[in-house]
Design a protein. Sequence first.
Length: 149
Amino acid sequence: MRAVLQRVRRGCVTVENERKAEIGPGLVILLGVGKEDDREVATWLAEKTAVLRIFQDDQGLSNLSLLDVGGEALVVSQFTLYADSSKGRRPSFIDAARPEVAEPLVEHFAGQLEAQGVPVQMGVFGAHMVVEIENDGPVTILLEKHGTE
């Protein structure tokens, strides 16, 4: 599973000109599910995301977590994080989980974030989304854990 964490001032998802989700300060999380991933991986990644110290304290140091600052999370499923562009000109997505596997794992990840105390909004799985990200910093972190690790 791959998560691109972007520290934001705000983020939102629009589908067919209708706003589906919106957060204030926190993280926009672009989440890709690999074909070997499982609930254990999603739980680990959610727990790591909630406590990762990437928010600034009063001294300007990255000592605070999403939980510490009371931030929100916007979880957006993005299978394209598993693009393999090593050959040819068209990316392959063979390592991405099938939708029937990925969707429950994305929901489990979001549920685990909520269980940690993080308010969560979600994109619309499988939809064409317009994602607005007002990156703060900019701070962008890649977290990765696989079902075979």
